[in-house]
Design a protein around this ligand. Structure first.
Ligand code: ADP
Ligand code: MG
Length: 604
């Protein structure tokens, strides 16, 4: 049986992983900073509990000594004092069980508080980072993955690090305390005891490394066995026709034997390692008793202090091992943190660090040879070398078959995505050099399906604005022909729209969405097929209201001839390219694709 050697690469990768874990762990510890005072309080209780717990063997020894001596009056009094301290210590640290003592309870409460506040902060920070991501990120990332990291991983990251550090500190204080007390009882015996730890540690280490290798080899040979079975089962006719049943049984059998062999070796190895460790422990204890007796005879120790010492000795090895184990476990616990940090640190592909905020934006837009494919489907080009100009103060209508790329043009103008080639210029400056907030105030879009959030009508119209007066809200509502119906509602502008605007009709929702766009006094207004959800009457009213706005650049995607006709410029987009452009008159005379489109509209 050959055992695979852990090769160089794997070792390097493991080292790298360890280093990364350490960095992440420290980062979580730093992020806990606002809770440091709270955690400091927890540390006080932790120390108190451990000190009380640790003093018990010490006092036990003292009591034995006092009880064992021919005590006199004053010694009796100190015996009582020790008894008192003993019971106080145990009630503080050990009432019922270590985990339910008073100090442990206080510490637990404090830790829960700290973890809670940490988790809150992480959730908020992660949420903030998530909302800054580009739209494409949400299209290629599973929503479940995002909510999972937001609701579970943030909690786990806080808990695991905090709790592990807690155990680590507790074990550390306990170990140091025990060794100190043991030293004070007899430094010679302590040194003797401490010699045991490296020996058992070394044995354990050798065992762990070897066992891991055996385990890997076992997994391999088990996989081999099941692969043999799978192959035979799916090709049983070939096996039969070549009379290879014996051969295959032999192959399967060899894998089984190999697995069994490795299993036996693991068992033996475990037994040997345990035996060596126990023997070492036994030797230490025998030596301890031997020297202890000599120290008692020579007056260096009392019976009580030897008893205390022995009580500590039985625990100190376990504590040291726990300490070593804890360091590893703590570093491993940052897996959840890794997932949280991944999104927290993610830089959005569509940058939002433009700074331009000109006072006088004319609203001139030029699409310059855009080529674009959606991130979720990068192989399919949706826009191909598309150029387009929106003149300031003019109305442009985008028309064309469904799926032609009209909404995509709008999405690029909103900077939801970054085109693969070409650029969009706004007043002759690249769109990306404009400040994010400024751009979304100046460019307002009303989409095909109006989305409202739960809250009042007023909240929805002033959505995202902090400095918006009631007058401005009403003015926008009037322009959108929404004011009248809002007034007729029970509580006017304070009417709750229900979740997703469920209490309003589609046309009403649409008009509120239009008011929401207009209240920002945008320079460029985009209406993407709003007509599909408005009745003819409200549609013409809204259109009229919008065409009454001078100096605004208007981009309308529509299917109704009455709307399209009014545009200063009509652009036909089909298959991601511009097929036709010009005024209604020109295009009708040209008898190109626009003409065909209009004919089709009439035929419907
Ligand atoms: P139109 O608005 O002209 O009907 P769109 O611009 O919405 O067309 O769509 C153009 C093409 O892009 C369509 O083939 C559509 O399937 C595809 N598409 C639209 N949105 C996405 C998206 N988010 N992810 C991937 N493909 C998309
Ligand atoms: Mg569309």
């Amino acid at each position: 049986v050959t055992i695979p050697d852990s090769d160089e690469d794997a070792a390097a990768a493991a080292r790298e992983q360890k280093k990364k874990a350490r960095v992440q762990f420290l980062r979580v510890v730093k992020l806990y900073r606002p809770d440091y005072p709270l955690l400091g309080g927890g540390l006080v209780f932790l120390t108190l509990a451990v000190v009380c717990e640790m003093s018990i063997p010490f006092y036990t020894g003292q009591i034995i000594d006092i009880l064992g001596s021919q005590y006199q009056r004053n010694q009796f009094r100190s015996a009582l004092l020790f008894m008192g301290l003993y019971s106080l210590g145990s009630s503080l640290s050990l009432s019922l069980s270590p985990s339910s003592s008073l100090s442990a309870g206080c510490r637990g409460g404090i830790l829960t508080c700290a973890i809670g506040s940490f988790t809150c902060r992480m959730k908020l920070q992660l949420f903030g980072a998530l909302t800054k991501q580009e739209i494409g990120f949400f299209e290629v990332t599973k929503p479940g993955d995002i909510t999972n990291r937001l609701s579970n991983d943030t909690v786990r990251m806080g808990e695991s690090v905090c709790l592990n550090v807690n155990v680590l500190l507790r074990t550390f204080i306990r170990t140091v305390g025990m060794i100190t007390l043991m030293m004070s009882l007899s430094w010679k015996l302590t040194l003797l005891i401490l010699l045991e730890t490296p020996v058992t540690g070394l044995v354990q280490n050798i065992y762990d490394t070897h066992d891991q290798r055996l385990q890997l080899a076992m997994q391999d040979s088990m996989a081999e066995a099941s692969e043999a079975v799978r192959e035979v089962l799916s090709n049983v006719n070939v096996v039969r026709s070549f009379n290879a049943e014996q051969h295959e049984a032999g192959r399967y059998g060899r894998s089984l034997v190999k697995t069994q062999d490795l299993k036996t070796r693991r068992g033996c190895f475990r037994a040997v390692s345990l035996l060596v460790q126990r023997l070492t422990g036994l030797c230490t204890q025998v030596l301890m008793l031997y020297y202890g007796r000599q120290f008692i005879q020579s007056g260096q120790m009392t019976v009580g202090s030897l008893l205390s010492f022995m009580l500590y000795q039985s625990d100190v090895g376990t504590n040291i091992r726990t300490l070593v184990y804890c360091v590893g476990a703590t570093l491993k616990s940052v897996g959840a943190a890794e997932r949280v940090f991944e999104y927290m640190d993610r830089r959005p592909v569509v940058s939002t660090d433009g700074t331009l905020r000109p006072d006088d934006l004319s609203g001139h837009v030029r699409f310059n040879r855009l080529t674009f494919a959606y991130p979720s489907n990068p192989d399919r080009t949706v826009l191909q070398d598309l150029s387009l100009e929106l003149k300031p103060g003019r109305m442009t209508a985008l028309v064309g078959p469904s799926g032609g790329g009209k909404t995509t043009c709008v999405s690029l103008l909103e900077r939801f995505y970054e085109p693969q080639a070409g650029e969009i210029l706004l007043d002759n400056e690249p769109l990306k050099s404009y400040d994010h907030g400024f751009l979304h105030r100046k460019v307002a879009m009303v989409g095909q399906d109006p989305v409202l959030f739960s809250g009042s009508i007023r909240d929805n119209i002033a959505y995202g604005l902090t400095d918006c007066s009631m007058e401005e809200v009403q003015e926008a509502a009037r322009l959108a022909h929404a004011h009248d119906f809002i007034q007729q509602m029970g509580r006017g502008y304070d009417t709750e729209v229900g979740e997703g605007g469920g209490q309003l009709s589609k046309s009403e929702k649409q008009r509120i969405a239009i008011a929401r766009a207009l209240v920002r006094r945008p320079q460029i207004i985009i209406l993407d097929e709003i007509t599909s959800s408005l009745d003819t009457e409200s549609e013409s009213e809204v259109q009229q209201a919008l065409s009454g706005l001078p100096d605004r650049t208007l981009l309308v995607i529509a299917h109704k001839l009455s709307t399209i006709e009014k545009a200063d410029q009509i652009v036909v987009i089909s298959g991601g390219v511009v097929e036709d452009r010009g005024s209604h008159q020109d295009l009708m005379e040209k008898k190109g694709s626009y003409y065909k489109l209009v004919e089709k509209l009439f035929a419907e």
